[in-house]
Design a protein around this ligand. Structure first.
Ligand code: NIG
Ligand code: FE
Length: 408
């Protein structure tokens, strides 16, 4: 107990700690102390009488409300221009995501809209979407570039992501996704595009401090495993961690590739095979499941959850919020969909949006309720942790705490 005073003591809390050895790490009739931006103490309220502790400036009785770590959305494309409701309509009339992409729609149509938007316009639209995620308990967000696809437009997107973190007072981790698709002006010059991204944009944007991790879309409509490898070699030389959109529409061996580079995560994974699972398990690469994209594309091939579970691969869940395949603005709903569509247990799904999501972003200071962790909390109007996955929609969040302060 290092703090000389506690700023806040929360009592009457059902603490889903994801740290204790109980389902959900649950502590009933719990208490949680905050000093500065950190959690100073966590335990049963009755234990407080048996330990020496500083007095608290303020004590708040939560009346039995559930408290979880602040939620962490570890895969989003939150910054973009326009929307793609027309493609939604086209898919409902029978067109596939791949057909639309090959006909110049898909990612490229959002690239056009994103290039046309100013930094302030992108900030305003992304901010509205981010606020929806925050209203459902999020306190940490990952945001990818990948809709600019020129050096200036990728820089613009990453700057917006950084500004969003400042404006909303939350942590935003950025991922550079220059290899999202080949932009139209390079269509006949793939090799030149790859060289541009790997040899010029990546080092320049890294130098500007705009990149926390490097991502790519490894897929038959995007980039091959060999092209992705070249990017990962450059990223590794710059000391940047890598992650990958892997095995979403087909098996390209992407998960094994990102694992070979000690990657943070392989994301999507519907077409993942046994070799990919083993590679991820030995590298400690997190599997990020994205049920929003599965749902919106009316996908039928399920990610191999049983195999991942059996191999001990940590499972995270994220919204993949993007205008094409997952216009999803609730991480809690993503967790619920991971249960209903992918058969995760509510505990697995909730670990997937807290402790395992933190791991996918290599953030060791959050994702559980434990002394020394950042005091990022969500206080809910429900008592059972599983209710967070069970209710579809509705306003369940009562309070959000970020870095030890009430944030909403
Ligand atoms: O994660 N798979 C690639 N990227 C996005 C989709 C982007 C888009 O269609 O605009 C995804 O699903
Ligand atoms: Fe994505």
């Amino acid at each position: 107990m290092n703090a000389t005073r506690w700023d806040v003591l929360l009592t009457g809390a059902r603490l889903a700690t994801f740290a204790e050895d109980a389902p959900f790490g649950l502590i009933d009739d719990g208490a949680l102390a905050i000093a500065g931006d950190r959690i100073a103490w966590v335990g049963r309220r009755t234990e407080l009488d048996t330990v020496d502790h500083p007095s608290a400036v303020e004590t708040i009785d939560l009346g039995g409300a559930l408290v979880t770590p602040g939620l962490i959305d570890c895969h989003t494309h939150l910054v973009f221009g326009g929307q793609r409701a027309r493609e939604f309509d086209m898919r409902l009339h029978g067109a596939s995501y791949e057909t639309i992409a090959r006909a110049g729609g898909g990612i490229v149509s959002t690239v056009t809209a994103t290039r046309a938007a100013s930094e302030d316009e992108l900030l305003a639209s992304a901010s509205a979407r981010a606020r929806a995620l925050l209203a459902d308990g999020v306190t940490t967000l990952e945001i990818k570039s990948g809709y600019g696809l020129t050096l200036d437009d990728e820089r613009k997107m990453l700057r917006v992501a950084r500004r969003l973190g400042e404006e909303l007072g939350i942590t935003v981790r950025t991922s550079f996704l220059g290899l999202h698709t080949v932009p139209p002006e390079f269509r006949e010059r793939r090799a030149a595009y790859l060289a541009e991204v790997c040899d010029h944009w990546l080092p320049a944007l890294a130098e500007a401090g705009l990149i926390d991790a490097v991502d790519a879309f490894c897929e038959r409509i995007a980039f091959t495993a060999e092209e992705t490898r070249r990017l990962f070699e450059r990223a590794t030389a710059l000391n940047l961690p890598v992650k990958l959109h892997a095995e979403q529409l087909s098996d390209q061996g992407g998960a094994a590739l990102v694992a070979e580079f000690g990657g943070l995560s392989a994301d999507h994974l519907e077409h993942l095979d046994e070799a990919g699972i083993e590679a991820m398990a030995s590298a400690g690469t997190v599997a990020v499941l994205l049920p929003g994209a599965f749902y919106a594309l009316r996908e039928t091939k399920l990610p191999p959850v049983d195999g991942l579970r059996a191999a001990g691969v940590p499972l995270a869940v994220a919204t993949d919020c993007n205008p094409g395949t997952s216009p999803l603005l609730s991480l809690r709903l993503a967790a619920g969909m991971a249960c209903t569509l992918f058969r995760l247990t509510p505990e697995e799904a909730l670990r997937g949006i807290t402790v395992h999501a933190a791991r996918a972003l290599r953030l060791v200071d959050r994702g559980t309720l434990a002394a020394g962790q950042r005091a990022d909390l969500a206080v809910w109007n429900v008592r059972e942790p599983a209710e967070l996955c069970y209710w579809i929609g509705g306003t369940l969040l009562r309070q959000r705490w970020v870095g030890g302060r009430r944030a909403g």
